[in-house]
Ligand binder design. Structure first.
Ligand code: PHE
Length: 348
């Protein structure tokens, strides 16, 4: 073939190309090692020096042209492919109503917020506290010295650095007393604070036990505080959360950081007090251990126990959520199962 013939046949072939694969085939066919253009160069060896020069130039021009046309074609095919891809995408229609389900609050978040509202309306500050605390905060400052048997009941997760995951929200008490004591002592402002939080205990789990659960601690310190104040605040909170009067009872309970200490039980709302598996057939549920703050605990917080007195409670928020929403298995709350958890938000 002459140069002109090769050019002509190349142009015809290129014209018919529709895909990258075909293009590659033609590239090899013309400018590959055994391609037509390369063959033309090979045929030069029989020509005279003068002829070699002009013919060589001719073939080089052709080779460059072919390469350029292949590049151009490659770009053209690429653009076409992109366009086709774009056309496959569904059109965006701004008028179609969104079919997105709104998120919902976790049942524990819901009761926590309700409790916060009630206590805020009674003048309590809402405090946040870390989940990793020191041994001092969780135990020592709460009158639980090393080797005290009460530590055994709180199966603690210790960290390598000696700190621990807080086993109860009481771990924040010391910091709260220290934060508010100056206003109490200098300005006579009573300490009134609640501090909800996640707690951890290394426990085997079952329908009533979890290794991760929520409590809401509350403290009030002033000059003339009594157990009746404690009962009043607890009853008010419960009747607001449940929107009805709740029967409560106090039993003696032991906690090293309160004296005297109590267990505040509520009449089981799942069986109405008749007795069921949720209340271990007693008709009552332990909801809120509480008591008058131990003098040693006030002292550790920088408050003189001869002058001030207070109460503390540790409301079981997880249990409260279970009662309020009739959740029978505590494990559902940490399950992440949206079918179960997304049914409680009212404004979905
Ligand atoms: N921190 C105690 C617990 O989790 C509960 C508690 C709090 C008891 C406040 C009395 C006063 O076991």
């Amino acid at each position: 073939m002459t140069t002109a013939e090769v050019r002509q046949s190349f142009l015809a072939a290129l014209n018919a190309v529709g895909s990258m694969d075909e293009l590659e085939r033609i590239r090899v066919e013309y400018v590959g090692k055994k391609g037509y253009v390369t063959e033309l160069l090979k045929g030069m060896k029989d020509l005279s020096v003068e002829e070699k020069k002009t013919f060589g130039q001719e073939v080089n021009v052709l080779k460059n042209e072919v390469n350029e046309m292949i590049s151009a074609k490659r770009e053209e095919i690429h653009q076409k492919e992109l366009e086709e891809e774009n056309n496959k995408m569904p059109e965006f229609d701004i008028s179609i109503p969104a079919n997105l389900k709104r998120g919902s609050y976790h049942p524990i978040t819901l009761v926590q917020r309700q409790c916060e509202e009630v206590f805020k309306s009674m003048g309590f500050a809402v405090e946040d506290y870390s989940e990793i605390v020191t041994d001092y905060e969780c135990f020592e400052a709460l009158n639980i010295p090393k080797d005290h048997p009460a530590r055994d009941m709180q199966d603690t997760y210790y960290l390598d650095n000696g700190q621990l995951l807080k086993t109860h929200t009481s771990a924040a008490q010391n910091a709260i007393y220290k934060k508010y004591k100056d206003a109490l002592i200098n300005e006579g402002k009573p300490i009134k604070a609640i501090f909800p939080g996640r707690c951890f205990r290394n426990e085997a789990t079952d329908a009533c036990h979890e290794n991760t659960f929520f409590q809401m601690e509350g403290v009030m310190v002033d000059k003339n505080i009594s157990i009746s104040n404690l009962i009043f605040f607890m009853k008010t909170m419960l009747s607001e959360v449940f929107q009805k009067d709740i029967k409560v009872r106090l039993r003696p309970g032991f906690f090293p950081f309160v004296e005297p200490g109590f267990e505040l039980d509520i009449s089981c709302l799942i069986c109405g007090g008749e007795g069921c598996p949720s209340c271990k057939h007693s008709g009552w549920l332990e909801l809120c251990p509480c008591g008058m703050i131990h003098p040693e605990v006030l002292k550790a917080g920088g408050i003189d126990p001869d002058e001030y007195i207070g109460f503390a409670f540790g409301l079981g928020l997880t249990r409260l959520a279970m009662m309020k929403y009739g959740v029978k298995d505590i494990r559902d709350l940490n399950s992440g199962d949206l079918k179960c958890l997304d049914q409680f938000t009212d404004d979905k």
